[in-house]
Design a protein around this ligand. Structure first.
Ligand code: PEP
Length: 256
């Protein structure tokens, strides 16, 4: 049976002290929960990774980065690479968040290279896909998600693909307060799992974690995570409040 996964994407938020406080509060509360079937990940801004790694050391909270460069080392001022992150023992990295696609023009082709780079350094990519509102309104949402997954992931061998986590994040739901209905989320997650089945077979598809992201909060997490193919969430705004994030983790525990 698949475990659940709840990852907090802090984006470009919090001062160092606030981030320390948030990490401490979340970690302390998560340690009191039964997280045997739920993986909890914090993805802070990169200057805070070391601090979050220290505070979560030997706890049930893992750490992820929000982005990596596709190159390993070199003259790329301001960038951070997968070997750097793995040398700090960062285990996960978000790849292809819609904000990276939109504001930093990251194409599916570049994202494929980022996925490769992460996997070469034993970092599990949390690969984000999802359609824009006009794409959904035009009935193209399945086509868009299929193309994003094919272009960024289908070159992977089965062994490598097994380390990928997928996050379905409809762009119209990110940071908007508009959440996909549980039925809409389930429909797309089942579609994604079917795509994986056709490419890598039933066993791989059944093992792949597919997260939902987009205005997921303490009030709607349980229903979303109770859907058969929703394996947890990538949480933005609601991960910035310790109590709410921990409630979301509890929802994942209660429906796992
Ligand atoms: C996200 O940024 O991945 C996200 C899902 O944001 P929010 O939860 O704020 O919609």
């Amino acid at each position: 049976m698949r475990t659940k996964l709840v990852a907090g994407n802090w984006k470009m938020n919090k001062t160092f002290q606030e981030a320390e406080d948030l990490t401490a509060k979340i970690t302390e509360a998560v340690e009191k929960l039964n997280t045997a079937n739920v993986e909890v990940i914090l993805c802070p801004p990169s200057p805070y990774l070391e601090m979050v790694l220290d505070l979560t050391d030997e706890t049930h909270v893992a750490v992820g980065a929000q982005n990596i460069n596709e190159h390993e080392f070199g003259a790329y001022t301001g960038e951070i690479s997968a070997p750097m992150l793995s040398s700090m023992e960062v285990e996960y990295c978000i790849v292809g968040h819609s904000e990276r696609r939109k504001f930093f023009a990251e194409s599916d082709e570049v994202l494929a290279l980022k996925v490769n780079s992460a996997l070469r350094s034993a970092i599990a990519p949390i690969f984000c896909c999802g359609e824009l509102l006009p794409e959904r309104e035009a009935g193209n949402h399945f086509k868009v998600v299929k193309s994003q997954i094919e272009k960024a992931l289908y070159h992977l061998e089965e062994k490598a693909f097994r380390n990928v986590v997928i996050a379905y994040e409809p762009v119209w739901a990110i940071g908007t307060g508009v959440t996909a209905t549980p039925a809409q989320a389930q429909e797309m997650h089942a579609f994604i799992r079917q795509l994986i089945t056709s490419k890598y077979g039933e066993m791989v598809a059944q093992d792949t974690l597919i997260l939902y992201g987009g205005s997921c909060n303490a009030a709607n997490a349980f229903e979303l995570f109770s859907q058969a193919d929703v394996d947890g969430g990538l949480i933005g705004g609601a991960s910035l409040k310790a109590e709410e994030f921990v409630e979301i983790v509890s929802s994942a525990i209660n429906c796992s």
